[in-house]
Design a binder for this molecule. Sequence first.
Ligand code: GUN
Ligand code: ZN
Length: 431
Amino acid sequence: MTKQLLLGQTLGFSGNPLIGDWADAVQFDSAGGVLIEGDRITAVGNGQALKTDHPDATVTDYGAQLISAGFVDAHMHYPQTGMIASWGKQLIDWLNTYTFPEEARFGDPAYAADVASRTLDLALAHGTTTLTSFCTIHPESVDALFAAANARNMAVVAGKTCMDRNAPDDLRDTAQSAYDDSKALLEKWHGKGRGQYAITPRFSPTSTPDQLAALGTLWGEHPGCLMQTHLSEQHPEIAWVKTLFPDARDYLDTYEAFGLLGERGLYGHAIHLEDREIARLKEVGSAVVHCPTSNTFIGSGLFDMMGLAKAGLRIGLATDTGGGSSFSMLRTMAAAYEIGQLRGAALHPAQLMWLATEGSAQALHMQGQIGHLNAGAMADIIVLDLGSTATIAQRFEKAHDIWDALFPTIMMGDDRAIADVWIAGKLVSRA
Ligand code: GUN
Ligand code: ZN
């Protein structure tokens, strides 16, 4: 089995830095090492000690660069790659004007394959080693993404987006076809390679109660799958949900009533939650996913990171591209920091890095496997250059500790800060 030893500064976590003192959760070594055997990390520790103990390992010395688990994007839309940064609309108009016409193209397998490959390569270039994506209503769009992920040996979570109302004719399925197609796709892709299937009702405005019920039944039959959707993103959307589901207690109830609330549920945005919704999400152990660049770009609102973390919710971090305006989880962390500031809570760099790795991995129920710089995890690893641009480098030079050195890269970094990317023990960034 091939043995690789990466030397550099290493950053990992032994706990959740959003709870209690962040410092208790951090594992940092300024002269660290990561031993990889085959596709897994088998040891993290002092670099020189690992070198002495494993003289047969091939050494890559990253000097003062920072070795971290790869970023985990817990919610995005790969079919929106081609319309990212489209101007001037809020959620419902944005969907109708830009999103749906682009998504209608994904019935063409060649187009879907092209965008799937492009998106995964963009993600990797930005240090994202796992992403969680909505596809389109077309089964071809799901095949394209999982095939592209398997070709790269990436752990990807995805599912067919289901919509049987309030969408254009060419983007609507039915309750039955959504059930049948999702079932066939999850049987084909869940657990194939590193793929995980997520049953995917887009959001309750675009699904009839019949469709939500069919997908709830499917999830009940396949409880090992994830379920992803959107929740309480914008006020007009929430008001619309109230008119569509007059009997529901709140937005979350439109999922709960149909079997779509569960521990393996991922609820994107979750900005304007009511107390009952927070209590139920906590009780069930579901995850909410913070999409900060999207929430500012589409004008949705300010996610309550600290309030929801204190309430004990699982929280992941995500780009939500193309509603989000960047593929970079660094830029996403920066936006999370800015939104925190607007709510009076300055998130520490350790908390931001945890959210982008361990937090998202926990949301996906893949903790210990990905987003984790510790023995036993898959060797999905990134190396950050902490002086990647002239602006960042001149600030980095004045840094007094690792957090002061890392924070300028979080706030101002992008794909130029990603020095190397390893997937399952293989260097892919210089392939
Ligand atoms: N709500 C329903 N669909 C979408 C989508 O594609 N993007 C975002 N940001 N919100 C949604
Ligand atoms: Zn989304």
